[in-house]
Design a protein around this ligand. Structure first.
Ligand SMILES: NC(=O)c1ccc[n+]([C@@H]2O[C@H](COP(=O)([O-])OP(=O)(O)OC[C@H]3O[C@@H](n4cnc5c(N)ncnc54)[C@H](OP(=O)(O)O)[C@@H]3O)[C@@H](O)[C@H]2O)c1
Length: 281
């Protein structure tokens, strides 16, 4: 039995779709039933389902709001993750946890690998890093996957916003100096399940192949989707934000790819499949 937290999020939904299609038993309680910041409730829910694995897809992902409401970000991304790790230790459950490229400051100027020292430059990144450290502190065996620029079904992602903007405005201005790797929820689920099958443990960077600026990503998505909008590259300070973001935070997926003997599809291929999946809805 698998247990998924944060059931309404984009990655959690992809897991549910996958398990349903494979007829694999899982539980995905709603946030009201399983609020991971409530230690007692979490312990009770986990005891009831007795999962072999917990996929922690719950997170506070509002990067700008996290600057002002940092206590909420730290509650969900750090303290609750520590609680989950404790529950997993007590009940001998494997914790699969997801983190982010925003644990890095973006100054390396090359792909980040798992040996690079994190140095977050915003509160969201720091809260996620503290979550990682809690998992490592309390568990000997765990899986942590650092992801970047996650896209999938639902409204809480960049491509959804781009589509909304394109329906409204003929000309879009998109930040061209933030660079990372757009990563598709379907590929995250696929690689996670392969890693479980191969009994991998530890910390891995899990991204699609390649890298892109937000401008390139938006342009590619709009063109492949048949939109005719003009897309204009602008520097990141054109749209001031509350949180600083790492400018070049792309991560290498070489470690996980080598361990599993796979080539993870490029982000462009992932965008193609995402558009096909959207059309099939
Ligand atoms: N999205 C990205 O670009 C990105 C990039 C790098 C890493 N990641 C990481 O990847 C993982 C999956 O992200 P995602 O994009 O699927 O996130 P998402 O769509 O924002 O989903 C997160 C879910 O967690 C829920 N949640 C928040 N607090 C909770 C709590 N206390 N108890 C239970 N559930 C709670 C949220 O509910 P509400 O909707 O009510 O808030 C939301 O449904 C996360 O660890 C995230 O940090 C994401």
């Amino acid at each position: 039995m698998f247990l998924i937290t944060g059931s309404n999020g984009q990655l959690a939904k992809e897991f549910q779709k996958f398990f349903r299609s494979k007829k694999i038993k899982f539980a995905a309680p709603s946030e009201t039933q399983l609020d991971i910041t409530d230690f007692k409730k979490t312990q009770d829910v986990v005891s009831r389902f007795k999962p072999a694995v917990i996929f922690n897809c719950a997170a506070y992902n509002f990067v700008d709001d996290a600057e002002g409401k940092s206590s909420e970000a730290f509650r969900v991304n750090s303290s609750a993750v520590e609680n989950l790790a404790l529950v997993c230790r007590l009940q001998k459950i494997l914790l699969v946890h997801y983190s982010t490229d925003y644990v890095f400051d973006g100054k390396k100027g090359d792909f980040y690998n798992e040996n690079d020292r994190p140095h977050p430059i915003n509160k969201y990144g720091l809260s996620k890093l503290q979550g990682e450290l809690a998992v490592r502190r309390h568990l000997n065996k765990f899986l942590i996957f650092r992801l970047s620029w996650v896209f999938g079904g639902g409204k809480q992602n960049f491509l959804y916003k781009v589509r909304q903007w394109a329906r409204k405005d003929a000309i879009l201005k998109i930040n061209a100096d933030e660079v990372s790797v757009p990563t598709y929820t379907k590929d995250i689920v696929d690689v996670t399940m392969r890693a479980l099958k191969e009994n991998l443990r530890g910390l891995y960077h899990l991204t699609n192949n390649g890298y892109a600026s937000r401008y390139e990503w938006a342009k590619c998505f709009l063109k492949k989707s048949g939109f005719q909008n003009a897309v204009i590259p602008v520097p990141s300070d054109y749209f001031p934000t509350k949180a600083k973001r790492p400018l070049v935070s792309f991560m290498s997926n070489a470690k996980i790819s080598k361990k599993l003997g796979i080539v993870i599809p490029s982000w462009e291929d992932a965008v193609d499949r995402f558009i096909k999946d959207l059309r099939a809805l």
